[in-house]
Write a protein that binds this ligand. Structure first.
Ligand SMILES: C[S@@+](CC[C@H](N)C(=O)[O-])C[C@H]1O[C@@H](n2cnc3c(N)ncnc32)[C@H](O)[C@@H]1O
Ligand SMILES: [Zn+2]
Length: 390
């Protein structure tokens, strides 16, 4: 396999030659014997910042693990770019990945810091499940769903450590395919105007179910949906009471396809069958995470990091600003296009809808999920009035 040298952040990397694995003129990462996707650099840049903020907060050295590493990019970047990473364990089951990872460790002078393992991710994590061997930060970045690795990661994480997960199986999570979502996540997805938020909340919900089984409570520090994937950073806190508190934030999302009314209900709550506004039958998504999708303080700390070495700096700044603005908003965003079409008129600018909702004393914000959507605590009749006026 021919390799080329590239640079992400401050890290040099040997990766498969893009030209050799092109389909219709564009690089197709799935064709290369060892996986590397340049389109995920934004996700990796954010991960570097998240780890920096976490280390600032806990104020000690950490051990990290990247058990599904491809060319080793995540684990190697953590060791190279984040002060306070004492050890980075990097693994992959693909034996062709191992010499490339080793070479990438060497060209970055990380000999003593990065441990490379040719192992199944679950086995690698299991060998780190006993106290004293556990990690502070585990990055699960698989093909498709992270579900097969979540239980092992939870057993290998320290108290107050972070598990970061990527899911690229967005079609099941967004309700294009219902049965695989039920099989993998134990939840019903929903094809609706806010299906990406439902998908992200189902992903987090399934990780929270796994965490509370082990008596961990969960705080979502950062989560988002972009491009073709979902990503979440979950901090785990040991304690039955903390786990109970997280369990109380699991529930269902109820939705009326006729008038767009929606609400969340906890797992133990009463599930109503028809819409309180128009009496049409309601759809139900979940179980899913009904709690906060980000921690504003954590985002602000990420924003304060030095972004100058990151190639995706602009996009990161925009995203963090948007997520900070969106934080604290109630679940389930509204599509300006859909609501306007119900009123048989063209959609007004989202910024105008937000401004008018705020003028009426409601909270309202744009959402990173969709540039043509917004979040608010205003009731639906007020939202419709505002759209009519605007
Ligand atoms: C999406 S790629 C990882 C991409 C990489 N993290 C990055 O940012 O470029 C998933 C990787 O997991 C590896 N893999 C798949 N199943 C595995 C398993 N059970 N244990 C360890 N590695 C596995 C694949 O060989 C592949 O390199
Ligand atoms: Zn209704």
């Amino acid at each position: 396999m021919r390799l080329v040298e590239i640079k992400e952040g401050r890290t040099l990397l040997l990766v498969p030659d893009f030209a050799e694995y092109a389909r219709k003129g564009a690089y197709d990462p799935s064709r290369a014997q060892v996986f590397y996707n340049p389109k995920m650099e934004f996700s990796r840049d954010l991960a570097v910042l998240a780890l920096k903020s976490y280390i600032n907060e806990i104020n000690r050295d950490v051990a990290v693990c990247d058990p599904l590493a491809g060319v080793g990019v995540r684990g190697i970047r953590y060791a190279k770019e984040v002060d306070g990473v004492e050890k980075s364990v990097v693994g992959d089951l693909n034996k062709e990945a191992i010499p490339i990872i080793l070479e990438n460790v060497k060209i970055n002078d990380l000999g003593g810091k990065v441990e490379v393992e040719h192992k199944d991710a679950n086995l690698l994590l299991a060998t780190h499940s006993e106290p004293g061997k556990r990690f502070d930060f585990i990055d699960l970045d698989p093909f498709g769903t992270p579900v097969p690795f979540i239980d092992s990661a939870i057993r290998a994480i320290k108290n107050k450590g972070i598990i970061a997960l990527t899911a690229t199986d967005t079609a099941p999570l967004c309700g294009v395919y219902v049965k695989p979502c039920l099989r993998k996540y134990g939840a019903f997805p929903l094809r609706c105007e806010f299906c990406h938020e439902v998908g992200l909340r189902i992903l987090i919900g399934s990780a929270v179910f796994a965490s509370i089984r082990e008596d961990f409570g969960v705080m979502v520090l950062l989560s988002y949906s972009v491009d073709h994937y979902f990503r979440a950073y979950l901090q785990l806190f040991l304690g039955a009471k903390k786990a109970d508190a997280s369990a109380s934030l699991l529930g269902y999302l109820l939705y009326c396809q006729n008038c767009s009314w929606r609400d969340t209900v906890p797992l133990s709550g009463k599930i109503i069958a028809s819409c309180p506004l128009c009496q049409k039958p309601l759809k139900r998504a979940g179980p899913l995470w009904c709690g906060s999708l980000v921690d504003r303080r954590f985002l602000q700390s990420m924003m304060e990091q030095d972004l100058s070495s990151l190639n995706t700096k602009r996009r990161i700044e925009k995203m963090l600003r948007l997520l900070i603005e969106e934080s604290g908003m109630p679940p389930a965003y509204y599509s300006a296009d859909l609501l306007s079409s119900k009123l048989k008129r063209g959609p007004p600018p989202v910024s105008l809808i937000i401004q008018r909702l705020k003028e009426r004393g409601h909270v309202a914000s744009p959402t990173h999920f969709n540039p043509k959507a917004f979040k608010t605590d205003a009731p639906l009749d007020i939202i419709m009035e505002v759209i009519k006026e605007a």
